[in-house]
Design a protein around this ligand. Sequence first.
Ligand code: EPU
Length: 442
Amino acid sequence: MTDDVLLVHGGTPISGEIRVRGAKNLVPKAMVAALLGSAPSRLRNVPDIRDVRVVRGLLQLHGVTVHSGEEPGELVMDPSRVERANVTDIDAHAGSSRIPILLCGPLLHRLGHAFIPGLGGCDIGGRPVDFHFDVLRKFGATIDKREDGQYLTAPQRLRGCKIQLPYPSVGSTEQVLLTAVLAEGVTELSNAAVEPEIEDLICVLQKMGAIISVDTDRTIRVTGVDRLNGYTHRALPDRLEAASWASAALATGGSVYVRGASQREMMTFLNTFRKVGGEFEVDEDGIRFWHPGGPLKAIALETDVHPGFQTDWQQPLVVALTQASGLSIVHETVYESRLGFTSALNQMGGHIQLYRECLGGTPCRFGQRNFLHSAVVSGPTKLEAADLVIPDLRGGFSYLIAALAAQGTSRVHGIDLINRGYENFEEKLVSLGARVERPRAS
Ligand code: EPU
């Protein structure tokens, strides 16, 4: 299919300015939070990406009216008439996003039951949802697994409980928050994720009337309340998209001003960017990232939960590491198979070797489990154009970066996947001087 292919004529640095809006990993969850309110909510800085459209559809299926607000990127969601949705309709959304599972708590509170179809999301590991269902059972939900999905019911009001997550999972922490706020009594969550997007979700819930405290030891305490209001909130900027453009600037030898990028949520990325040899300048409205010329430096990189180096920053930055002098070591500790995308970089001329051992300083959950989760990148290598098939969202953006850095014309297939998490990326590429085009239908 030619309409899902992008031709990238590489070899030219990208340069200019783009803007990032609200974070993909916060906005859909804040939209789900609107379901908990007894009055309309207003969310600002909403990007036009597929994950947002999916949640908008799911909310509408459940009787929430959703319309655009006065300012661009503003959504108004009115949950005053939440109702049961048709299972087939919900299923039509299955496979396109992992967000549906976060509707469980709010729907159990509002309706006493919920249906969760099979889940999609990026293919970067097994991506189980066992923590989510364990958590919901602890709150008192019953779960009936059938062929078409999971049917959940709450025979009585869900009750607060003590939960210890086996791993600080972002989604499971959000599951707990969205369920605990209206549960009876206190919920104590240990080993919680504390990503900036979670902090922002907590801000949303607090605006609605929730009582939530976060301790320094990853413990979150929620005192359930009987009723929540609506909220008005401006979503925090997308630090993952910002880092993707920063990596593109570095890998192509260019310079990109990312309007809307915020230093506070990107500190760990900025330190690493500087270690590799990239330069940046922070001002009130954003951050400019650029390659200062001369060789880049090899580094040791280990992904981790916040405040560590975010796993979603890894794939785009690895492309820049192919241009660094020496051996870089990458240890992926969040997902067991998020390095598969490197085979395409090798096909383009990169030298990246994968290992099952933990090559970083810290042994991780995957060391004993036979997963290729460490990499040695030797550089600098000249990249050549290739035919590429996009494997997942961040891997896909990395392929775009590699194609931009490479000599010649690459054909990138499955380009539509990028719309899941990057707003108007083609327009942004063009505005940065990238030479990209859709192939002409033959
Ligand atoms: N995990 C389990 N069982 C569960 C849930 C998670 O074993 O029930 C494991 C996962 O397999 C993984 C680890 O825990 O190895 C972390 O997963 P987590 O739950 O934190 O991830 P998520 O909530 O599914 C979100 C983002 C991801 C981001 C991760 C980590 C959204 C929609 N997705 O996923 O974003 O990588 O947190 O920060 O918020 C992306 O933006 O490209 C992306 C994949």
